[in-house]
Design a protein around this ligand. Sequence first.
Ligand code: NI
Length: 213
Amino acid sequence: MLKTRLIRIAVASVVALALGAGIAWWQLDQQRTARQVGSAGSSLAVTPGVPIGGPFTLTDHTGETVTEADFHGRLMLVYFGFSSCPDFCPTDLSIIAQAVDELGPAGEAVVPVFVSVDPNRDTPEVLASYVGLFHPRMVGLTGSDEQIAAVADAYRVYYARVPSDDPDFYAVDHTTFTYLMGPDGSNLLMFPHGTHPERMAEAVAQHLPATGS
Ligand code: NI
């Protein structure tokens, strides 16, 4: 339907504009502490001491309560978004899944994690069917508005619901970085939207524990 298409185009435009503003703000905030690494310059390495990450209490896609401690000892690739996102989230979650698979058996030390910034719609049940579309080991996390606000704040993630007349059809603009978290929960790297999966895998591989093989 033309009307539906026009609405989608309008929403996508607003999301893109708002996202651009959010990212510009975020990058201004970050540029003193981040430096580009890699030949293609497509990943950002955060210098130690930058406070990204930290304790959280959330609900996973199976309905279990989880905290950051449940992931200690493993690496996490963390992405914040919402399951009805038309483009950014599916693109980046596919990249994360491809990067994890690219690592082969060593990739099992990496947990792909999707944190919803739309907890009202993204129930554990919704996330269960969503994350499975991307990777069998992807963990979906949701929570109360307060819990999501707290974890977004800890990761310095920007998100905001776009005003809409339809309570069931709205967009949420959000930061589109992927965060690589170390075995102790500290931030190691962050990748911008659209990073090539092979480049993400190469960067993550440098942080995997030695396998001895
Ligand atoms: Ni999204």
